[in-house]
Design a protein around this ligand. Structure first.
Ligand code: ATP
Ligand code: MG
Length: 461
């Protein structure tokens, strides 16, 4: 399997990882880096982590590195994590070391029925999903590349190892991984037969756990090529987000929109910054539209109430994907608020800030901009409004102007000290003060606010 003589490409391996490879080789084992790190290095990208694979059994790896800390992170899959002492700054670096393994049959479409260790790197590479991910490299042994993954990396092809449909039937997640890699790796496309098999077997995705789907979906949506990929493989997306299917081809019959709801949704997704919650919010922001469609006398389409409907869909999607509560809540909020129309006033900016909080306010602006860019070209005039909203919000925050109870010059205890009764009225009067300060009907000054409250107390006596 070794092809050391043939390899012109050298891969730079960090010292911490080289220590592990050398330790295993010195003990008489084979050791390679493998998978994503080799692929990324061949592409000239900095790998984000290096996985090591070896013919040493996990216990043997532990024995070789007994002087280091070894964590049994995935013992039943043959994986241990060695804390290599050779980090750049002396810090210990965790390196995952997995024993060469083969996988038996997959009767559930998710997990192999049994894994067994092997002494042959080629057998380990054969269980991997795509040829570009089935390349191993060792500084002393050279490349192990039985499926010619390097040629596919060069050509930018995502090609299943072996028979694509059979590989997708083993583990349906690979279908989503195929389009995820197409979205993440610029210039890559899915080889024809692999693409055909992915479409054909897409229903298998429904057997995959929410957690595994969510992880791949996050990477897919944050990919730089997300728009063309979701345009080319909508049916695979609908397998994990069926709520978007009605948007496909749904014409908006409205001069403000030149795209169908689905096209508009994926374009919006591509326009927001690559953070999962933002991309997901953009993808789902109009998902309720097909359910809210009505035409006026002129035959123009309207979608009254679609933001609330889309927010309910977003809630269903994020909870099915088992995203953390914070993410679910943020996606829902952004979707629910995406239909606001700024009236050009400062008080409205303050009220929005109060409702969203600082972080979500700027995320909402990103979504509004994306939404606008993904509509008809004439709509772009609205971008100037968003720029102005952003400028105003930054000014409000820097100057610590009052937009919520937090910046109010009095608090609950001040009012209690005046003799204001505890209870729900206390919250209500604080909100009333905030309201008046926002509208400029009261200055945010302690004396003025207390005087107002005193006056109210006197009136109610
Ligand atoms: P990334 O850069 O996103 O981490 P990666 O290729 O390293 O990409 P991982 O999910 O970290 O992807 O998996 C590491 C390697 O394990 C892959 O390169 C591939 O060889 C193999 N692999 C991962 N998931 C599967 C799977 N579902 N089926 C077959 N092989 C897989
Ligand atoms: Mg990886």
């Amino acid at each position: 399997m070794s092809e050391s003589g043939k390899s012109e490409v050298k891969i730079r391996i960090p010292a911490a990882v080289a220590t592990i490879l050398e330790g295993l080789e010195a003990a008489g084992f084979q050791a390679y880096i493998v998978g994503g790190c080799v692929r990324d290095a061949l592409l000239g990208m900095e790998p984000h982590d290096f996985d090591v694979t070896t013919d040493a059994a996990p216990q043997q790896v532990e024995q070789v590195f007994r002087a280091f800390t070894v964590l049994e992170t995935g013992l039943k899959h043959g994986t241990v994590t060695v804390l290599s002492p050779e980090g750049e700054d002396g810090a210990r670096v965790p390196v995952e070391v997995t024993t060469f393994r083969t996988e038996g049959s997959y009767s559930d479409g998710r997990h192999p029925d049994a894994v067994s260790f092997t002494k042959r790197i080629g057998e380990d590479l054969a269980r991997r999903d795509f040829t570009m991910n089935a390349i191993a490299y060792s500084p002393v042994r050279g490349f192990a590349d039985p499926f010619d993954g390097r040629a596919d990396v060069k050509a930018g092809l995502i090609r299943a190892v072996g028979e694509a449909a059979a590989r997708f039937r083993e583990d349906g997640l690979r279908i989503l991984r195929a389009i995820r890699f197409a979205a993440v790796l610029p210039g890559f496309r899915i080889e024809e037969e692999t693409a055909r098999a992915a479409k054909e077997t897409r229903a298998l995705l429904s057997r995959i756990s929410a957690e595994r789907v969510a992880q791949e979906l996050a990477k897919l949506l944050c990919g730089s090529q997300v728009v063309p990929v979701l345009a080319a493989f909508p049916e695979i997306l609908f397998q994990v987000i069926p709520e978007l299917r009605p948007a496909f081809g749904f014409s908006q019959n409205n001069p403000h929109h030149v795209y169908s709801v689905y096209e508009h949704s994926i374009l919006s997704c591509g326009y927001v910054p690559p953070a999962f919650h933002l991309r997901l919010a953009a993808l789902l922001h109009d998902s309720g539209k097909p359910y809210c469609y009505a035409e006026d006398e002129e035959g123009i389409g309207h979608f009254h109430g679609h933001a609330a409907r889309s927010a309910a869909i977003a809630e269903a999607v994020t909870s099915r994907l088992k995203l953390d509560r914070c993410t679910c809540e943020r996606v829902r909020l952004l979707v629910e608020m995406h239909d606001i129309r700024w009236n050009g006033t400062v008080p409205m900016v303050k009220r929005l800030l109060a409702r969203t909080g600082e972080e979500a306010f700027f995320e909402l602006l990103a979504l509004l901009r994306a939404d606008t860019k993904a509509q008809a070209p004439a709509e772009s005039a609205r971008l100037a409004d968003y720029a102005e909203m952003e400028r105003l919000a930054r000014e409000i925050l820097v100057q610590e102007q009052c937009f919520s109870r937090r910046q109010l010059a009095v608090n609950g205890s001040d009012l209690l000290a005046l003799g204001f009764p505890a209870g729900p009225e206390l919250g209500a009067i604080l909100d009333e003060l905030v309201d008046r300060v926002i509208d400029g009907r009261l200055p945010n000054e302690q004396e003025a606010l207390l005087a107002y409250v005193r006056n109210r107390l006197a009136q109610s006596e």
